[in-house]
Design a protein around this ligand. Structure first.
Ligand SMILES: Nc1nc2[nH]cc(C(=O)O)c2c(=O)[nH]1
Ligand code: SF4
Ligand SMILES: [Mg+2]
Length: 246
């Protein structure tokens, strides 16, 4: 049986939850979220450091703590995960993380168990290409390539080959986390370099409090209008705050 490493809500309890999609092109859609543990990047403002910033991790994060791996992750059989997903009366799934595409073989096994009646969305940092075995299960890619302000090296945050493949994929949307108005120039350069249509570009304010989101939205909304890009808020932060399992 294949297994997936998931994040936890509290120790031993996997982070599988029913909520409204809070970001991007499916904002507002009831979905079952499955949060995978582990990430290949280390964004200093990451809102889910408990998926990767474990004790001993050499990276940096703006928070003041590291996380114990044992109480913040749990490994489950895909059969167990499928049963937990089926318990919700909802056929839209969002695999998020961490970086879910680091565990594609078991994700493919999970999707095969669930069958064709589920709509599968992926939240990914865009550094990993889909494998042939998993690609056929995916309906929508919500990609968040990271900009310089994330604190990752350029080579870590931008995998040219993966991004070029994603840019040609009609299932892909590009959701950029924006902290400063100047970040728009980096987005424009990536859009040009990878031929990403304006229609596919969505800017989202960085922030884990309603006040921070509102402050950045005040200049980000007109910036999007000016550039012809989409804007997304972070609905779940307004509804539930920065909490696990929401
Ligand atoms: N409601 C809700 N919507 C989300 N969209 C993307 C999320 C993520 O953490 O990737 C997320 C999340 O954590 N909660
Ligand atoms: S890529 Fe996503 S999960 Fe990974 S560190 Fe950055 S924000 Fe966090
Ligand atoms: Mg989140």
């Amino acid at each position: 049986m294949q297994r997936l490493r998931l994040a936890t809500i509290v120790a031993e309890e996997p982070e599988i939850f029913h909520s409204l999609q809070g970001e991007g092109i499916s904002l507002g859609r009831p979905s079952v979220f499955v949060r995978l543990s582990g990430c290949n990047l280390a964004c200093h403002w990451c809102d889910t450091p408990y998926t990767w910033f474990f004790d001993g991790h050499p990276g940096a994060h703006r928070g003041d703590r590291q996380y114990e791996r044992r109480s913040n992750s749990v490994t489950l059989d895909v059969g167990d995960i499928a049963a937990r997903i089926r318990a919700f009366d909802c056929h839209h799934i969002v695999f998020t993380g961490g970086e879910p595409l680091l565990q594609q073989p078991a994700l493919a096994g999970l999707c095969a168990l669930l069958g064709p009646d589920y709509h599968i969305e992926i939240e990914s940092n865009g550094t990993v290409a889909l494998t042939p075995g998993f690609a056929s299960h995916v309906d929508q890619l919500n990609l968040s390539p990271k900009l310089g302000h994330s604190g990752n090296t350029d080579t870590a945050r931008l995998n040219r080959d993966a991004l070029a493949i994603h840019a040609r994929d009609p299932r892909a949307w590009f959701k950029f986390v924006i902290a400063d108005p100047d970040d728009a120039e980096e987005v424009a350069a990536l859009a040009e370099r990878f031929a990403i249509a304006a229609e596919r570009i969505i800017l989202m304010p960085e922030g884990t409090t309603p006040a921070d989101l509102r402050a950045r939205s005040a200049w980000l909304a007109p910036l999007c209008l000016d550039r012809g890009w989409r804007f997304t808020d972070r609905l779940h932060i307004h509804l539930y705050g920065d909490t696990r399992g929401t």
